[in-house]
Design a binder for this molecule. Structure first.
Ligand SMILES: *Cc1c(COP(=O)(O)O)cnc(C)c1O
Length: 352
C-alpha cells in the first residue's frame, strides 16, 4: 500500500554520529530535535545508540512518549495550561515569560522537584525570546529567587522566522547578555545554546564563538544540510527519508487545459504554458498528506501540481506503467507533513 515514507535508520545513525562528533570536537554538546518526525519510536531508538546528550521536541506529548536515558528538552515556550506536564516530562524547557516560569516553579514545587530552564533571547530573528535590547535583569533577578527553578543557561534561535543568518556580529549580542548576567549576579551559566542547523557552517569554518557550548539540531540530521546557506554537508546523507507513491493513471495528454480558465481547487488562478502533449501520471497522494512543492524531482519526473488527493507528474521517459511506484526525495516541510499524516505508511529500512 502506498503512499509510504521510507526511513533509512542506518543513514540516520550515520548523520547523527558524524555531526555529533564534529560538534564535540568544537566543544558543543548537542540536542537532537525530533519534532519533524513526531518523535517516531524507531528513530528515538537510533538516537539512543549514540552519545548525543539531549533529545529535544516542541511538543510535550512527544516528550511524554519518548523512552530514553537522555535528558529531555521542551523547545517551544510552555503553555500556561501545560506546566504540570512540562515539569513532569521534561528535564529542561526553553522559556521567555516570567508568568510561565513562575507557574513552572509552582508545578515543580507540587511534585517536589527542581525544573531547569534556558532563558531565550531574541537577537534579531523575531521569533521567541526576550528582545536583547530590553531590560532583562529585573526578570532574571526574580527568576533567581524561585526555589524550584534552576536557571541552567540562556539560548537564542536564528534563521527561523526572520531568516537572520548567524554571524560573529549577531552572536556577539548573546555574548554580551551572558557576560552581563554572570557579572551582575555573580553566577556562571552552564549552557549557552547558540543555534540550530543554521550554525553549522560557522562551526565548520571554525568561526562559531567559543562562549556557545550547545547546538539544537533537527534538519541537518535528517537532510544532511545546513540551513544558513542551504548547502549540503559532505559525508552526510540527504535521503534518510524518501517518499514512494503509486501511479494510478498514466496517459498522454496536452500540457494546456482546454476551455475557459478560472481557478484551481485551492483558489489559485490557472497559469499554464503550452508545451504540447506529454506523458502525464497521476499518483495516489495529495495535499492532505504533503504539499507537492515539498517533493524533489528526480531525473525522470517533473512535478506539475497537486490537489487534495492527486499528484500530477510529467514523466520524461516511457518506461513507467500504471501500478509502478515513483520515489521522491523530500524537503524538511515534506518530511514534517508526511510523518504527521495518518495516511502515510512508515517503512523502516536497514534496521540496526
Ligand atoms: C525546531 C527547533 C530547532 C531545530 O532547528 P533545525 O533548523 O531543524 O536544526 C532548534 N531550536 C528550536 C527552539 C526549535 O524550535
Amino acid at each position: 500500500m502506498y503512499p509510504s515514507i521510507h526511513i533509512n535508520l542506518e543513514k540516520y545513525r550515520h548523520n547523527l554520529n558524524y555531526l555529533h562528533h564534529l560538534s564535540k570536537e568544537h566543544g558543543q554538546s548537542v540536542m537532537v530535535v525530533t519534532k519533524v518526525f513526531c518523535a517516531d519510536r524507531k528513530l528515538i531508538d537510533v538516537i539512543n545508540t549514540t552519545a548525543i546528550e539531549y533529545i529535544a521536541d516542541s511538543k510535550i506529548e512527544n516528550l511524554k512518549k519518548i523512552k530514553t536515558e537522555k535528558m529531555k528538552v521542551l523547545l517551544r515556550i510552555p503553555q500556561l495550561s501545560q506546566v504540570n506536564e512540562v515539569v513532569k516530562y521534561s528535564d529542561l524547557s526553553l522559556n521567555s515569560e516570567l508568568k510561565v516560569i513562575e507557574a513552572l516553579d509552582l508545578a515543580a514545587k507540587n511534585i517536589n522537584q527542581k525544573h531547569r530552564i534556558l532563558l531565550m533571547f531574541d537577537i534579531g530573528d523575531l521569533r521567541e525570546g526576550i528582545f536583547y535590547k530590553s531590560d532583562y535583569l529585573p526578570m532574571i533577578s526574580k527568576i533567581l529567587t524561585l526555589e524550584h527553578i534552576e536557571l541552567f543557561g540562556i539560548g537564542t534561535n536564528l534563521t527561523c522566522f526572520g531568516g537572520v543568518i548567524p554571524t560573529a556580529e549577531t552572536l556577539n549580542k548573546l555574548q554580551i547578555i551572558k557576560e552581563d548576567i554572570e557579572k551582575h549576579f555573580s553566577i556562571s551559566l552552564n549552557m549557552i545554546s547558540g543555534g540550530n542547523s543554521s550554525a553549522i557552517q560557522m562551526l565548520k569554518d571554525e568561526k562559531l564563538p567559543s562562549f556557545i557550548n550547545n547546538l539544537r539540531i533537527g534538519e541537518a540530521f535528517v537532510l544532511g544540510r545546513e540551513t544558513a546557506y542551504g548547502k549540503q554537508i559532505e559525508n552526510m546523507f540527504d535521503d534518510v527519508f524518501t517518499l514512494k507513491a503509486e501511479i494510478v493513471e498514466l496517459k498522454e495528454k496536452p500540457s494546456m487545459p482546454e476551455g475557459l480558465l478560472g481557478f484551481d481547487a485551492f483558489g489559485k488562478p490557472a497559469n499554464f504554458t503550452d508545451r504540447g502533449n506529454m506523458n502525464r501520471a497521476i499518483l495516489g497522494i495529495g495535499r492532505q498528506d504533503v504539499d507537492c512543492e515539498n517533493l524533489i524531482d528526480g531525473p525522470d519526473t517533473n512535478i506539475l501540481g497537486c490537489s487534495s488527493d492527486h499528484l500530477i507528474v510529467e514523466l520524461k521517459t516511457n518506461q513507467y506503467a500504471v501500478g509502478n511506484v515513483l520515489t521522491f526525495k523530500l524537503t524538511y516541510a515534506g518530511i514534517l507533513r508526511l510523518m504527521t499524516s495518518p495516511y502515510v505508511r512508515r517503512v523502516y529500512e536497514n534496521n540496526l
